[in-house]
Design a protein around this ligand. Structure first.
Ligand code: NIG
Ligand code: FE
Length: 411
């Protein structure tokens, strides 16, 4: 099976092949110029048109990008919490919503009450929506189980989902999200340690923890880091979302792969983070919808951090699955160029998931995850809330085409 994508207005490529990530002070070196692309047997074959290809796509006027990588989502979850959003925007504080039984505990109850089929069915529908918005790789997380059996079930459901979707997925075990009822944070961490034997035989490739006044503390982050190291898993961490806890030095000390949120990053922690190989995963959907503080995206980029964007798709803080929408928010609120924003949800996001040797950029030999936009890349942030994606190739297969655009495809 071969595909020839021809005469694009722009093709986005890294400054050179083989880079595991590009630091954001070098994002301007990404190449965005006209050209063609051929795909053979699921891989990027080269950068010319192939008249003999099985499928030929007219990409005139279009940007051609690597498939988008969403390295921070909370799929699979059950139901939504729209009533909480209305409370939040009309002035009810998060703590009060939680006191009324809302928040993570509400999603945990919904997950426990839903059948396996319902949970995977909802996530499958969201994955289809993500695909139509250009996401060809995404992360799944547990975290709404809030019991040993519940977390193991969530990981199993994520594994089931992985086999059902067109995308590449990576599973993260968010084993410390909220302190389950009847436990202290320390006692729950003992349970987490006891679960590790079962977690490592499953598909999870990373552990995750939420550090916040209402959740876990830096000492638990350090302990999770030790568990990750001991079991050969990557460490992710939700940190500095609502308040500053100085969790970043702790995360760097234990070799975290990423620190996520960072709206309340302490200025003293910015430079050490920027110099490390730990990615700064920014989640502007949660920041915008929660009226949170704004992460120092411009400063992190200028300091040479490995910056990354994710949707944080979850029923509470960010019920958003569109990475193009997230790019729109990031460009406006961090003062980023379109190259910076696209780097953050392609190659650098693949780095967070340990996949940047395989996907995340258009390079010969890499997995052929390719998307076509209905205009130039500059339109992605500018036409906020428009879905610019009209065709998606995942693993070398033409997986999604916007209705009405088939005439550009010759088979
Ligand atoms: O990434 N910060 C903690 N966890 C999620 C929100 C979880 C929820 O409210 O359901 C987040 O924002
Ligand atoms: Fe999250």
């Amino acid at each position: 099976m071969s595909i020839s994508i021809e005469h694009a207005q722009e093709v986005l490529r890294p400054p050179e092949d083989g880079l595991p990530y590009v630091r954001h002070d070098h994002a301007g070196e990404l190449v965005l110029e006209g050209g063609s692309l051929t795909i053979e047997d699921g891989r990027v074959a080269g950068f010319g048109a192939d008249e003999l290809a099985d499928v030929r796509i007219d990409a005139s006027g279009c940007a051609v990008l690597p498939g988008l990588v969403d390295c921070h989502t909370h799929l699979p979850f059950a139901g939504w919490r729209a009533e909480e959003y209305e409370l939040k925007v009309t002035g009810v504080p998060y703590e009060e919503i939680a006191r009324r039984g809302g928040g993570i505990a509400a999603s945990a109850r919904a997950l426990a009450a839903a059948s396996d089929e319902e949970v995977v069915g909802q996530a499958h529908g969201l994955a289809a929506e993500m695909l139509a918005h250009g996401t060809t790789t995404f992360e799944t997380k547990s975290g709404y189980g809030l019991s040993v059996a519940g977390e193991l079930r969530a990981l199993a459901l994520a594994g089931w989902l992985a086999g059902e979707v067109a995308q590449t997925t990576r599973s993260t075990a968010l084993l410390a999200h909220a302190v389950p009822e009847g436990y202290t944070a320390d006692a729950w961490m003992d349970e987490v340690e006891g679960m590790m034997g079962e977690v490592v035989v499953g598909p999870a490739s990373a552990l995750d923890i939420y550090v916040e006044t209402v959740a876990f503390a830096n000492e638990h982050l350090a302990r999770m880091g030790e568990l990750a190291r001991h079991h050969g898993l990557a460490l992710r961490a939700h940190v500095e979302q609502f308040a500053t806890h100085r969790s970043v030095p702790v995360a760097l000390e234990v070799g975290a792969r990423s620190v996520d949120h960072l709206a309340c990053l302490d200025p003293d922690d910015l430079q050490p983070l920027a110099e490390s190989e730990c990615a700064a995963v920014l989640l502007p959907g949660a920041e915008f919808l929660g009226a949170e503080r704004i992460a120092p995206g411009r400063e992190l980029a200028d300091a040479g951090a490995i910056c990354v964007l994710g949707t944080d798709a979850n029923p509470g803080t960010s019920p958003v699955v569109s990475l193009p929408a997230i790019v729109g928010l990031a460009v406006r609120r961090y003062g980023w160029s379109v190259r910076e924003a696209l780097l953050a949800c392609t190659l650098n996001a693949a780095w967070v998931l340990g996949l940047s040797g395989e996907l995340g950029s258009l390079e010969p030999g890499k997995r052929a995850d390719v998307i076509l936009l209905d205009g130039p890349a500059l339109h992605v942030p500018y036409r906020l809330a428009h879905n610019p994606v009209w065709a998606v190739v995942a693993g070398g297969e033409l997986t999604w085409v916007r209705p009405g655009w088939e005439e550009r495809i010759r088979r």
